[in-house]
Design a protein around this ligand. Structure first.
Ligand SMILES: Nc1nc2c([nH]c(=O)n2[C@H]2C[C@H](O)[C@@H](COP(=O)(O)OP(=O)(O)OP(=O)(O)O)O2)c(=O)[nH]1
Length: 272
């Protein structure tokens, strides 16, 4: 059966979430859904979700953590694998580009609507959650890596060396997202060598797994930056990583607080 990968959002405003009624002409039209849509091959699900929310609702969004493990449901048109994330919208004047109606309500109030079946386990999960206290952290901190076939070993599990690369992938994206793109930094002659890395493996992953990496600043002093990486797969912890860095120019160690004060202040906003 055809697999359809979908990213959907639990969009939060106080203790309410947003539901949309699928408009005519779409599969399952008339039923209610969490806004979202298909993930393109190889795409980061958070990127897909931001695109879909912009298309459907006409708003930018901040995507937070996963709500629950991937929901799998079989329809006559294929097997839907739906990844669900908390989100906040930056614009509150919403468009109805894909829905006949949008409705805000608590999960309890909305439970009586005629939902697409794959959304039901999400509503059940939300009944246990205090939505008003969900933190949607800075999206720069989140990166999802989908395990490639070539990253697995003879036992079919991800080789341990890959986790160090995934740490780097999340780090370069983090620096770009906070305005300190590595490429641009190097053009100014500044480089940031890795002083040490540390990985504590908790559980194995395998081909196709979505590894969510949350990056935090564990320690920052005048010359040294320590980043932490919490890797989870479907909500289970798979690896805890750490990397230490310094910043140099022309072979000279830089004082981050004095010579890169803006970077220092920005990094201080992402404590572990
Ligand atoms: N967005 C969303 N999709 C859901 C939910 N529950 C559920 O079964 N689905 C299914 C319906 C669809 O088969 C699939 C989503 O694909 P889609 O057709 O909406 O994706 P799209 O917006 O990218 O595409 P399209 O309608 O423009 O063709 O996931 C839900 O709560 N939200």
């Amino acid at each position: 059966m055809k697999q359809i990968n979908v990213a959907a959002a639990v969009i939060i405003k106080d203790d309410q979430i947003l539901a949309g009624q699928r408009e005519g002409g779409r599969l399952g039209s008339g039923a209610w859904e969490l806004p979202g849509g298909k993930i393109q091959a190889g795409e980061d699900p958070r990127v897909s979700l931001q695109r879909e929310l912009a298309e459907e609702l006409g708003s930018n969004s901040i995507i937070g953590e996963r709500v629950l493990p991937t929901v799998v449901h079989q329809y006559p048109w294929g097997e839907v694998h739906m990844q669900v994330f908390y989100a906040r919208l930056t614009n509150h004047q919403l468009k109805t580009n894909a829905h006949t109606e949008l409705r805000w309500g608590t999960p309890n109030e909305l439970a009586e609507l005629n939902w697409l079946p794959a959304a039901r386990p999400v509503l059940a999960k939300l009944a246990e959650v205090d939505l008003a206290h969900i933190q949607i952290e800075n999206p720069a901190q989140f990166y999802t890596h989908q395990v490639e076939y070539y990253e697995t070993d003879r036992m079919g599990i991800s080789h341990h060396s890959n986790y160090i690369r995934w740490m780097e992938e999340s780090r370069t994206r983090f620096f770009a997202a906070i305005g300190w793109d590595y490429g641009q930094l190097e053009q100014t002659g500044i480089i940031s060598p890795v002083v040490s890395v540390n990985c504590r493996y908790k559980q194995s992953t395998t081909f196709g797994d979505q590894v969510d990496i949350k990056l935090t600043v564990k320690h920052l002093d005048r010359v040294k930056l320590t980043l932490g990486y919490e890797m989870t797969c479907e909500g289970s912890l798979v690896c805890l990583g750490e990397s230490e860095h310094c910043f140099t120019k022309d072979g000279r160690l830089l004082r981050i607080d004095r010579e890169l004060p803006e970077l220092y202040q920005t990094l201080a906003k992402f404590p572990a």
